[in-house]
Design a protein around this ligand. Structure first.
Ligand SMILES: C[S@@+](CC[C@H](N)C(=O)[O-])C[C@H]1O[C@@H](n2cnc3c(N)ncnc32)[C@H](O)[C@@H]1O
Length: 248
């Protein structure tokens, strides 16, 4: 697996697609607040890209901190963030945060690197979580990504007719590989590598970090035969599932 791909890949991905639009994040914010299930004063978002989700949460949560690896995404966020968001450019594996949070979210991104990197992140999350706080983390679901193996498609045929992607699944390491390029320009190919975990594997890993899973939500699924997306997918079909965790 190529190392240190993350900054270049997410910078390129943002240049191609930007964000998903305000409505998408408004819906996502409502869902997240309902999954947290109680009023919160402060929240930490990891892997926050251009901060769109945190902005959608910012009228319901008094203080938000975001941590994002790609510097120009953080700059973009700072240009439009309200004053109650503190946007930090940094690596969540290395950053030293002194505060603790009522809620920590990592939406659509968990699984970079090997198991020891995930474990280090989880130990950080435990340290940053208040005693009665909770975390919401999306985990890529292996059975979905096995079915996506070798599927090639346009990322968004309507809005970006020349951007292609190809999924491959590394069965040995349970890693989904998502490669993007501009059609006809093979040299622009860049990939993200995300490790997929079953619920049992993830439970064991979270327990090792001192975190306990208390709820589980499935996210949507893509059917690659009909090329249709379903919002409510089963646990065997979903692209990812969201877990709610507390300190054990
Ligand atoms: C797939 S994107 C998801 C963005 C956003 N959470 C969303 O749902 O739209 C993952 C994000 O995590 C960021 N990221 C990856 N590794 C990181 C790290 N070690 N520290 C901070 N951010 C990281 C990436 O740069 C990218 O913006």
């Amino acid at each position: 697996m190529k190392k240190d791909w993350a900054k270049d890949f997410y910078k390129m991905q943002y240049e191609f697609i930007g964000n998903y639009g305000k409505d998408f994040y408004e819906v996502s914010a409502v869902e997240i607040l309902s999954q947290i299930g109680k009023p919160i004063e402060n929240l930490l978002e990891l892997g926050s890209a251009d901060g769109s989700l945190s902005r959608a949460l910012s009228n319901k949560v008094s203080h938000i901190t975001t941590v994002e690896l790609v510097d120009n995404l953080v700059e973009k966020a700072k240009e439009v963030n309200p004053v109650n968001i503190n946007a930090i450019n940094g690596d969540f594996l290395e950053i030293d945060l002194q505060n603790t949070y009522d809620a920590i979210i990592y939406i659509d991104g968990f699984g970079l690197g090997d198991d020891s990197a995930q474990l280090n992140l989880l130990k950080n999350i435990k340290q940053w979580l208040k005693k009665d706080g909770c975390g919401l983390i999306d985990i890529y679901q292996p059975e979905h990504w096995k079915k996506a193996d070798k599927i090639e498609m346009y990322v968004d045929p309507k809005n970006m007719p020349n951007i292609k992607r190809r999924y491959t699944y590394d069965y040995k390491n349970d890693v989904m590989i998502d490669t993007w390029w501009r059609e006809g320009e093979e040299e622009t190919k860049q990939s993200q590598y995300l490790k997929c975990y079953t619920l049992k594997e993830i439970k064991d890993m979270f327990e090792a970090a001192g975190l306990q899973i208390i709820e589980y939500f499935t996210n949507g699924a893509m059917d690659y035969e009909t090329m249709t997306y379903t919002e409510d997918a089963s646990s065997e079909k979903c692209m990812s599932y969201r877990i709610k965790v507390v300190r054990s």
